[in-house]
Design a protein around this ligand. Structure first.
Ligand code: ZN
Length: 350
């Protein structure tokens, strides 16, 4: 993502992306919901209590069998950082991909990878998006996502512990939590890991050409594949995680995100005691992987701390900047929010 505000009108779409092939690995898994007592310290892994939300028709935040574990998410961050810099097309990103796929498979999820070739300012790059599916009663889909590539730097050891290590770690742990209660969810969930989010040139728009932005390669490819397969209408909402593991976590509201979706998450965060972390100030994010979905008419929210993360795109974006507690906070809020997102989507359908 680039710093600063940007409206959607001057965005360009879809460039130089060719389809190579797809593989599917298969095991099935269930879904569930959690909450922590208001203001309880994060990272306890405790089971929560039922609380009635201010908004009477929103489902209450319910207790559950398995809690989001910040230390497990942290272990996934450590694993990625240990692989080193992980730009698109690199052996290190291939190892990261294998790690993500194997973790999700070990939770019994159906996992597929979609390989494609992107034309970039530094030549053609082989890329691959990863999707883990949790089938629901309805074919309608909610996507929870993160990019998993690190920005390419020729002269810098950039390991991207928070960008994207933390959001990848949180998404993997969310997969474990959502797949361990043996109950079929009302909507289908896709946990999606996008390749090629970062620009290959230093600046987000520095090498952009009309119809050929130098960023969001994986998410743009994902949307075009959904369109090609007439699957776009199935996707009812996208939740994007990016740079949300900083130890001094404070999440403002991305100014491009869909308001009702953002409200559900921020409201739920307040209800379970994280109102001082999910705050009501605007966060100018400019560009990120939710844009191609917003352009395609899909309600989308970006959960990101960009402007108050000084190590952004520097060698200082290292594991000591990331905390298990911060990932636990976002994990708890996500899991408590999902039933409400479902409810809103189902209400819209009816
Ligand atoms: Zn980045």
């Amino acid at each position: 993502m680039s710093k600063g505000i940007r409206n959607l009108n001057n965005l360009t779409m879809k460039s130089g992306i060719g389809r190579l092939g797809s593989t599917t690995l298969c095991l099935m898994g269930p879904l569930f919901f959690i909450a922590c007592p208001r203001n309880s310290p994060p990272d306890t892994g405790n089971i929560g209590v039922s609380t009635r939300s201010a908004n009477t028709n929103a489902p209450a935040v319910v207790a559950s069998a398995v809690a989001f574990n910040g230390e497990r998410a942290m272990a996934h961050v450590r694993k990625q950082v240990d692989f080193g810099p992980r730009p698109p097309g690199s052996p290190e990103l291939a190892k990261t991909r294998e790690y993500i796929v194997n973790e999700l498979k070990s939770y019994g999820l159906t996992v597929s990878t979609d390989e494609f070739v992107a034309a970039t300012p530094v030549g053609e790059k082989k890329m691959a998006n990863i999707t883990a599916e949790i089938p629901g009663e309805s074919q309608d889909v909610v996507i929870v996502s993160s990019h998993y590539d690190t920005k390419l730097y020729e002269n810098m050891q950039f390991v991207g512990a928070n960008d994207p290590g933390a959001s990848v770690g949180t998404l993997i742990e969310l997969g474990r939590v959502l797949s361990s209660n043996g109950r079929k969810p009302r909507l289908t969930y896709w946990l999606v890991f996008f390749d090629g989010e970062e620009s290959f040139c230093e600046g987000w728009d520095e090498c952009a050409k009309p119809g050929a932005p130098d960023n969001t390669y994986g998410s743009r490819h994902y949307v075009s594949e959904l369109r090609n397969k007439n699957q776009l209408d199935r996707v009812r909402a996208l939740i994007l995680l990016d740079m949300m593991g900083y130890k001094s976590l404070e999440l403002g509201r991305d100014t491009m995100s869909t308001k009702w979706l953002q409200d559900v998450i921020w409201q739920t965060a307040r209800e379970i005691g994280y109102g001082s972390i999910f705050v009501d100030r605007p966060e100018g994010v400019g560009g990120d992987d939710h844009e191609p979905f917003l352009r395609a008419g899909i309600d989308s929210v970006d959960i990101i701390q960009l402007n108050s993360y000084p190590p952004w795109h520097t060698p200082e974006d290292t594991i000591d900047k990331v905390s298990a507690t911060s990932m636990k906070v976002v994990g708890d809020v996500l899991v408590a929010s999902l039933p409400r997102v479902e409810q809103r989507v189902l209400d819209k359908v009816r």
